[in-house]
Structure formats: structure tokens, C-alpha cells
Design a protein around this ligand. Sequence first.
Ligand SMILES: Cc1cc2nc3c(=O)[nH]c(=O)nc-3n(C[C@H](O)[C@H](O)[C@H](O)COP(=O)(O)O)c2cc1C
Length: 437
Amino acid sequence: MPGNRFHLGWFLQGSSAQAWGEPWTGSIGEDWMVPDLFMDMARALERACLDYILIEDSSYIGESYGNSRDIYLRDAIAVPRQDPSVIASLMTQVTSRLGIVPTFSTFAYPPYLLARLIGSLDQVSRGRIGWNMVTGSSDFAARNYGMDGLAEHDLRYDMADEYMAVVNGLWDSWQPGAIVNDLENGTFVDPSKVHSIDYDGKYYKSRGPLNSGPLPQGRPVIAQAGGSPRGRQFASLHADTIIAAVRGVEGMKKYRDDIRARATAHGRDPNAIKLLYLVAPIIGETEEDAQLARRRRADWAVQRWESRLAHFSKITNINFAALDPDCPLGELTTNGHQQSLEEFKRKAGNRTLRQYMTDYESTVSSVELVGTPDQVAAQMDEVMQAVGGDGFLFSLPNVSRRVIAEIAEGLVPALQKRGLVRKAYAHAQFRENLLEF
Ligand SMILES: Cc1cc2nc3c(=O)[nH]c(=O)nc-3n(C[C@H](O)[C@H](O)[C@H](O)COP(=O)(O)O)c2cc1C
């Protein structure tokens, strides 16, 4: 018996040349500046009726690994990458139903600027914008904005609670019905329905109202990924969708139960939060093809182990190059992605850094999915039935038109055939589609 329908999204690691050097990427080394690949991607994902595409971001060039930018630049690790607001607004113009979720960090944007930017994007997309709400995870990024470093991990979330109060206030500063567009009486906006917010908090201040007008969705869809206890507390209070990198069905279920319990404790309906897990399916025309592709991906992961570790150095701000690769990990802490580091340490266990990094299992995927489209669809069904919901976020390391087609034209139709994902959007706006089931 197939289970309930679930949601699908795509985790795009920035609009950049991230797939440089991979097969089937055309002339990405020359074309990376122009948006064609990402426009094609948005169209394909809309054709496949995905809920959303999330555009990940960070605004600095990595240099944690070996205290040097060299490996990041040489291997095109998250660089160059463009401002996500540009690619997001372009995507809104080639789609009409897909949710589009750029990442903006609270430390980099004054709340008013963010509220207006997101508000404008929601307008030009006719209500399809989400905001991947992040608090930042690197002092290197903070220094690009004139700060010495980021606030301490849990304090960032305290500040973010206040930040949410400000931006929500700004989005609500136009009451429903404020735009009357009454030519007879010469009134475009009803002045009694537009208010200052006069927010004066511990960390932020803003007067309002927003001068860009109301959002079609009222407030944008909020995406969040905080995985630490404080992060979950925050996400369960504010998020409409949570993206999680948790390994294994048991861990996924535990994570979801925890988020839902926290949401209930906040007085929220837990069904109003859609929790999506990162996956990187390996798909082939036959099972044999898929197993071959898996071996290739494993070889690729092994060959690029240092590059992958440098990427992890970037998100945890830990200089892994300073550790002996042939010793077990030991004690490590971070002011960056705490949950990712915990998961890394748990998975590595007693292995040395090199052993762990050259073991294919260390690549990001909540569960391993390998097979023909139909086999992978069945595996996803099984996982969702065991976890309880709510869906998956594709996170493929080498975005090319071929990789996109494998998902959009191969896997999704197989999922649709089993009745596991939508075949058509029921609504025009993003949140409505997210809450449809
Ligand atoms: C799947 C996933 C996607 C994320 N995307 C971004 C991102 O685009 N930009 C960013 O600065 N942080 C990103 N993060 C980091 C989170 O926003 C958060 O700062 C990080 O997980 C640390 O939170 P924690 O310590 O509560 O786990 C992401 C994390 C995960 C797990």
C-alpha cells in the first residue's frame, strides 16, 4: 500500500559553477555567469510540480581549510557564487507555481532591508517566495560586513527571535484590504490600514511601515535548518518548512517527533511545518546502471575527499588541514553548524579522518537511494512511511541538465505513478501548496 503523499524540494548550492569539472555540464566554465542553466532548472522543477527550490548561500570565500583560500578557489568550492536575490527574481519570471527560497542571513541584512527585499520578491512572484532564514555561521563572512565576528551560537538565535518580530511586524504593517484602488473616490491606499511598528528591542529597531506594500502571501514562507537544540526551538516556532540533514530512518523520525513536540508546545499545529530531508538519489535505467553510477559516485567522493573536507571546514570553521588525517577525530567544537559537526563525529566514530572521508557513506544523504526510478520511488515511500512525513529535498552535488532530468523526468514521474507526489499544483501560492497535504 503506498503511503501518504509527500513534498519535494531541491537544495541548490548557490548559483555558481559548483558542478565545474563534472561530466554533462556543457560549457559551465564559460557560462557560469549567465542564468540559463538555473532558468532551465526552475522550469524543469515546476514541470515536475516540486514545492520549492532553495538557493543556499554564504557570502565569503572559504579559507578555514589550511588557513588558505587556495583549495576553495582552485576546486570552485562554493565560489564564485552570485547574490541569491538576483537568481531568485529571475526564476520567478520563468515559473508560475514553483516556490522560490533564497537564503539571506540575519547578520548581513538590517531587518527593514530584508523585509522589503522579500516583500518585493513575493510581489513579483505573485506569492511564491520563501526565505531560508539563517543566522550566519562564519566570522569570515561577518568581517566582510565590518564586524569582527558573529555573535555566539545561542545568542544568534535569541537575536533572530527578535529579528523575526521586526520583519513580521513590517510585513503586517499593511493590513488586509489596505489597497483599495478606488478611482472614483481618488484613493489608492486606505491610510487607516497602514501602520508604523515602532519596534525598539534589545538588538533591533525599526519604525515602519514598509513602503513596498503588502505581500500576496501576507508573510513569506519561512524555511529554517537549525539542528541544535536551540536551533530546533527556533525553527519549530517560526518555520513553515524545515530542512534537515539527519542520517538514517531512526534519526529522521526522532528529529521529526522532536520538532512536532516543540511546535505543539509553542501552540502551533505541527502539521503546518513541513520537514524535508536531504537526499541524493542515484538513478539508472536499470539496477545495474544505478549500481555502476553508485560506484562512480563513490570513486568521485574518494578522489575529492580533500575538497569535500575543505567544504566541511568552511561550514564548521574548523581547520581540518591542521589535524593528522591518520588519527581519530577527538574533541572538536564549532560556533558554526553544530548539528552537522555532531553528525560528522558520530558517523566517523573511531575511524581516522582519512578513513572516514574516503568512505562513500560519508556523503550527504539522509538515506541511501539507489536504483531505477521505480525502485527509488518505492524506497522513498518506505522511508516516508517509517518516518511519518513530510518529504525530501534533493541535494545533488553536481547540478547539470542531465542530473535535473534524472529527477524531474525520471524519478518524479515514477513517484507520481505511485500517487506519492502531486501531479498538478492545486493552488497559485507557495504556502497554500505546501499546506495542501
Ligand atoms: C540543509 C541545510 C542547509 C543550510 N543552508 C544554509 C545556507 O544556505 N546558508 C547558511 O548560512 N547556513 C545554512 N545552513 C546552516 C543553518 O542555517 C544553521 O546555521 C546551522 O545548521 C547551524 O545551526 P545549528 O547549530 O542549530 O545546527 C544550512 C544547514 C542545513 C542543515
